[in-house]
Design a protein around this ligand. Structure first.
Ligand code: PMP
Length: 380
């Protein structure tokens, strides 16, 4: 009998009460209940974003919030710095270019994270850059970027720091207010344990100031409109009410656990997964791996695409393969959202067994043992 397990860095598994909330009769989005729901969700999101700033939401996937961040903050012909270390850093640059914004790229080898000194020197060469676009966890490689250090650099300059926390929100630490990050964007289908379809953005005071001068075209993703209406528990356009109901349940879980504990749980799962992969005799792809997911470099001759397909078709285990130039070369195992230690054991044991099945010489159980020992150590 096949049983499905989802280990992708979005969408992620959804808690049962959130699934049930979506099965309730649909509500009118301007009802008092819906207003209360929206206000509650936006309030709880502040805890997850670790901010006192207002959170605004959009009905779109995460890319909608990235698009809105560019179109709401900038003007045509503005200059910005973009850290490109994978597919999602590249996306920031593509969006900026689509709006006629001039991009100064910081190109980092895929798998590596940017050195804050490189950001500092690029900024000193381009002090007129209006914003720096960064990614907390570059999901295509599994690398974590040191946003805290980058924020320390941008804070004392007029340049805004805009962070894509689409995959890492709730898994890797991001203290928006404490660190001085100006804008954070994220979405529903990853650490927030909700189906795809909701995106979020948080702007601090100086980012809101920037929206006043922005002259780029915007309509559906007009942040000022979404912000104003959101404060009233309202929205400019019909929102995905069903997803909001699910999100409220998922947020209740995070608020009960407490965001600091949520991040610690992800850290324990990530550490155990990394030690399992090393014990199996494989290498991690990212130099500074995130809590969100673990990317594994596959040995030459091992066809990653065929392996991922086999695991899904034969075992019901869905890992993510490599994207773009990493296609077939890495496997990505997420430990994200509604997951705990036991899920990691399932992910690792299946990973080992699958490798053994395709003829990779492996001591079965080496990874699971390492993961178990990792968990035991984290309890001491
Ligand atoms: N940024 C990052 C870091 C991501 O992981 C993703 C989704 N994998 C996106 C942006 C794009 O989000 P979406 O697919 O929800 O538009």
């Amino acid at each position: 009998m096949k049983k499905s397990h989802l280990f992708t860095p979005g969408p992620t598994p959804i808690p049962p009460e959130a699934l049930l909330a979506m099965a309730q009769p649909i509500d009118y989005h301007r009802s008092e209940d819906a207003v209360a729901l929206i206000k509650d969700v936006l309030d709880k999101l502040k805890h997850v974003f670790q901010t006192e700033n207002d959170v605004l939401f959009l009905t779109s996937s995460g890319t909608g919030a990235m698009d809105g961040a560019v179109s709401n903050l900038l003007c045509r012909d503005d200059k910005v710095i973009v850290i490109r270390s994978g597919k999602f850093g590249e996306r920031w640059a593509e969006i900026c270019e689509a709006y006629g914004v001039k991009v100064i790229p910081i190109d980092i080898r895929w798998g590596d994270s940017v050195a804050p000194e490189v950001v500092e020197s690029t900024l000193s060469t381009h002090p007129d850059a209006k914003a720096i676009f960064a990614t907390l966890c570059e999901t295509s490689t599994g690398a974590l970027h040191d946003i805290e250090s980058i924020a320390r650099i941008t804070q004392s300059t007029p340049t805004l720091l805009v962070v894509d926390a689409v995959s890492a929100l709730g898994a890797d630490d991001l203290q928006m207010d404490n660190w001085g990050v100006d804008v954070v964007v994220s979405c529903s289908q990853k650490g927030l344990m909700t189906p795809p379809g909701l995106a979020f953005a948080v702007l601090n005071e100086r980012a809101w100031k920037a929206t006043e001068r922005s002259n780029l075209p915007k309509y559906y993703f007009d942040f000022r409109k979404a912000h104003q209406r959101g404060l009233e528990g309202s929205v400019p356009y019909t929102p995905a009410v069903t997803l909001l109901a699910a999100l409220q349940c998922a947020l209740n879980r995070i608020c009960e656990e407490g965001i600091r504990n949520t991040i610690s749980r992800h850290n324990r799962m990530a550490i155990a997964t990394r030690s399992a992969i090393k014990a199996i005799g494989l290498q991690l792809f990212a130099a500074s791996p995130a809590n969100t997911l673990t990317s594994i470099r596959l040995p030459d001759g091992l066809d990653g695409k065929a392996y991922v397909r086999m695991m899904r078709e034969k075992h019901g285990i869905t890992y993510a393969g490599g994207q773009g130039k990493l296609s077939g070369k890495i496997v990505r195992i997420a430990h994200l959202g509604w997951m705990n230690e036991n899920d990691v054991i399932v992910a690792i044991s299946a990973f080992e067994r699958g490798l053994s099945e395709i003829g990779y010489d492996i001591r079965l159980g080496a990874g699971v043992t390492a993961a178990q020992e990792g968990f035991k150590k984290s309890m001491e």
